[in-house]
Design a protein. Structure first.
Length: 403
């Protein structure tokens, strides 16, 4: 498995402050937990290291190795005259827990110099040059969703592409470096051919793609149009987080709008999603998270396997393709046993939702040419591991001490 790189700092970055923050992370699982993101509130960092600055920190593991870190900026317009990081949210860094590893410790210190710019392992951006796509990625895979320009009718006499969908796309990567900008610069459709970095071989169309949502009335799925607005909340190197909103659509006689927040961490095959639906007139609705039944390219003649994992709240697929390799997809609502449904295009996971309360779920994918996942059995094991991790979160504590 690939891990977030450990970096070395030069001597001028040696710590000079008297304060040091010690972070202890405990793990209740025996299984491996690769590339776990550890989050510490910035209020705790500032209390332990008064006046700490996001660009003048060093985070080390118990062996003294320097770790890449990120400080999220949750309110960038807030002024901070007392230098307490009023606009900051969390300090993020990663650790891979080996099988049976129950605890890990880390230190955070202030430094005189400026910390290095860590290589970006997670990144997302609005793509106006491709009809308002929004694309995001980590070192494992990439995604995109579709904006208002793609849904707009083609002007007379043009061949502008038109697609109305709130489905979510997957790009399968062979490389760990960012490819979103590189692939868009090649020109539209060029990335449908694997030239060594991976390829877009997943078909979305008007399906849910991987993890698109809707409202289910027991017989029919009601879905929205392309996203209306976007906002980036965090952008690497450890995590990218953004929000998109969907204008009101017909949810089976009920007007429904949606805000979707998506986070993707370095080293992970799964995105974490929070979809919040807004509606009136009913106490609750049945939301559906969907995955396309038949997403492979023409001519691939796939052998398809489906798996419903009710205790884990998951729907899995595995596709063996003629020339493009094999890949798996999964959607998971890890909070409860799954309720399943399907329509002619999608497999669906169902959950009751109230207006304004988020539905939390996972969406993931893996390609046999770019991961250790080579079969449905491998993919099922990875999904089971991820669900166990979600249901048994790490416990993080901290303390301040003098040197």
């Amino acid at each position: 498995m690939r891990h977030l790189a450990l970096l070395s700092l030069a001597l001028p970055l040696a710590a000079t402050a008297a304060e040091r923050m010690t972070i202890t992370v405990t793990n209740e699982l025996d299984a491996e937990r690769p590339s776990e993101t550890i989050a510490v509130p910035w209020t705790a960092v500032n209390a332990a290291l008064p006046g700490a600055r996001l660009q003048q920190l060093v985070v080390k593991d118990a062996k003294g190795q320097v770790l890449a870190y990120q400080v999220t900026n949750v309110a960038p317009l807030i002024k901070d005259p007392k230098n307490v990081g009023a606009a900051y949210g969390e300090l993020l860094f990663q650790h891979s827990f080996a099988k049976g590893e129950k605890a890990a410790s880390f230190t955070v210190e202030k430094i005189d110099g400026v910390a290095p710019v860590f290589p970006a392992k997670a990144f997302g951006r609005y793509v106006p040059e491709r009809l308002d796509d929004f694309a995001w990625e980590n070192d494992r895979l990439a995604h995109r969703m579709y904006g208002p320009a793609l849904a707009a009718p083609a002007p007379a006499g043009t061949d502008k592409e038109v697609l109305v969908t709130s489905g979510i796309d997957i790009w399968f990567k062979r490389v760990s470096y960012p490819i979103v900008d590189r692939w868009y610069n090649k020109g539209h459709d060029h990335y449908h051919v694997d030239e060594g970095e991976g390829m877009d071989m997943y078909s979305v169309g008007t399906t849910r793609g991987l993890g698109g949502t809707g409202i289910w009335d027991g017989k029919r799925l009601y879905v929205g149009r392309n996203y209306a607005t976007w906002k980036v909340l965090a952008n690497g190197p450890v995590r990218t987080t953004f929000e998109v909103t969907y204008d009101t659509w017909d949810g089976g006689g009920v007007g429904v709008s949606e805000t979707k927040r998506i986070s993707l961490d370095a080293g992970q095959q799964f995105d974490r999603v929070e979809s919040t639906f807004y509606f009136g007139g009913k106490a609750e609705l049945t939301a559906a998270v969907g995955v396309n039944k038949a997403p492979t390219d023409k001519g691939q003649e796939p052998r398809t396997e489906f798996k419903l994992m009710e205790p884990e709240g998951a729907t899995l697929q595995w596709f063996q393709q003629k020339t493009n390799g094999d890949f798996g997809t999964a959607i998971v609502i890890p909070g409860a046993p799954a309720q399943f449904a399907a329509d002619d295009k999608n497999l669906l996971l169902l959950a009751k939702v109230k207006s304004g309360q988020p539905l939390r779920y996972l969406m993931g994918a893996a390609w046999n040419r770019a991961s250790d996942v080579k079969s449905m059995a491998d993919w099922q094991a990875m999904v089971s591991n991820m669900v166990a991790r979600e249901r048994n979160p790490l416990k993080v504590s901290w303390s301040a001490e003098g040197q």
